[in-house]
Design a protein around this ligand. Structure first.
Ligand code: DHB
Length: 394
């Protein structure tokens, strides 16, 4: 029989189309790679956030295998340099041209806000592994967050301050949404506990020079200054804090763990010793899961994982377990449903993705910087269990 005739016979027999439709589409879907489009600041002043999250996502795949429920996981990493217009454009390209199954990353709050409408319109799950303003998850029903919120991690240090002879405080925060969240949370709780906030200072997000703000803190002479700055600014701040002699002024520095960031902490030197902060992750968190995570991360990279890395790692967990739950079929709504309510042990401790808010519920630790085996770490000494974001408006 002629080859072409044979093919025509096969077609006439309807071999392919005789398969049940559902089976055909599943077989086709499972052959396709499962694409996760990470949009991260790989350059610019938040580049450490991108570097940490990329390294952690790759580590997760290296440890758990790059094929999940028959689908090969494909990571697409794009640099938005921390600029919202770029994030929006890249998100559009990833959805329309690359047809990604999930969007992930978002190093700063404005970058997450710029992308939320695209996630909603395209019904693409958007896993936020950094941006930490409370309202982020309320901007789209397709957003799930594996990082933290500023109100969630600020309550702990506000409580600690009230119990530790701090009566008059000044707040100093980066002048954008997460800074405003931290400022409000600190002020409300500290005042509720009988403290007084005698000054509220905001420093610009871009290229801040802290000198004039530190001078203002000095002039106000509080018992303590509470600080929030985004990841990447802590070391420059500490340097100026020491240069201006504030470490010897009797004014205590207290902060969220974004300032005593594991990415930079070890280079800050003795000026960082004894700083008390509250946060959801420390590289020295004493659990077996974390020890394994930190060892593997440091074996694969030349740096220590920080709270951005752990959120990227857990983001990959949430995404791939959701894919598994859909037996490899994926689909925006099915994935999202399978992300909600996940409970697991993260390197940071036990976590839950709250099914109602799609935000993370986690332990928040009170820590003190100490030198351990020659290196600086945030040593946890107290914990608030299972903290839900207290900053939600509904
Ligand atoms: C945000 C960014 C950070 O680097 C951080 O440490 C906390 C919050 C943000 O933009 O939401």
């Amino acid at each position: 029989m002629h080859k072409r005739t044979a093919l025509r016979h096969l077609a006439a027999a309807g071999l392919a189309s005789s398969l049940p439709l559902a089976f055909q589409s599943t077989a086709f879907a499972q052959a396709k790679p499962f694409k996760i489009g990470f949009i991260l600041p790989m350059t610019g002043q938040s580049a450490s956030t991108g570097r940490q999250i990329e390294a952690a996502a790759k580590l997760y795949l290296a440890q758990n295998g790059a094929t999940v429920a028959g689908r090969k996981i494909e990571l697409i990493i794009k640099d938005d340099a921390g600029v919202a217009d770029a994030t929006r454009r890249i998100a559009q390209e990833l959805v329309v041209s690359d047809k990604v199954d999930v969007l992930a990353g978002f190093g700063l709050t404005p970058l997450a806000l710029a992308t939320a409408p695209i996630a909603t319109q395209s019904k693409t799950p958007m896993v936020v592994t950094a941006a930490a303003t409370s309202i982020v998850t309320e901007q789209s029903p397709y957003i799930v967050r594996t990082s933290f919120t500023l109100p969630q991690v600020t309550l702990g240090i506000a409580e600690w301050a009230s119990k530790n002879q701090i009566k008059r405080a000044v707040t100093l925060v980066a002048d954008y949404a997460p800074g405003i969240d931290a400022e409000k949370t600190f002020k409300d709780r500290f005042k509720l506990n009988g403290g007084e906030v005698i000054g509220e200072i905001r420093s610009p997000l871009r290229n801040p020079d802290f000198a004039p703000f530190l001078q203002k803190v000095r002039d106000l002479s509080p018992d303590a200054v509470f600080v929030f700055l985004p990841s990447g600014q802590g070391a420059a701040f500490m340097k100026q804090f020491a240069e201006r002699g504030l470490d010897k002024s009797g004014i205590r520095l207290i902060c969220t763990g974004d300032v005593t960031d594991d990415d930079q902490l070890n280079d800050m030197g003795d000026v960082a010793l004894n700083i008390v902060s509250s946060h959801h992750y420390s590289a020295s968190h004493p659990s077996a899961v974390n020890k394994k995570f930190v060892e593997a991360f440091q074996a694969a990279n030349k740096f220590r994982p920080n709270f951005m890395a752990v959120a990227g790692y857990d983001g990959m967990r949430v995404i791939t377990k959701a894919l598994e739950a859909t037996k490899g079929a994926g689909g925006g709504d099915a994935l999202l449903a399978a992300m909600k309510g996940q409970v697991f042990e993260s390197p940071r401790g036990p976590v839950l993705i709250d099914a109602q808010t799609r935000d993370i519920v986690q332990d928040v630790y009170i820590r003190r910087v100490a030198r351990v085996n020659g290196q600086l770490f945030n040593e946890e000494f107290d914990v608030q269990k299972a903290v839900k974001d207290p900053g939600k408006t509904k």
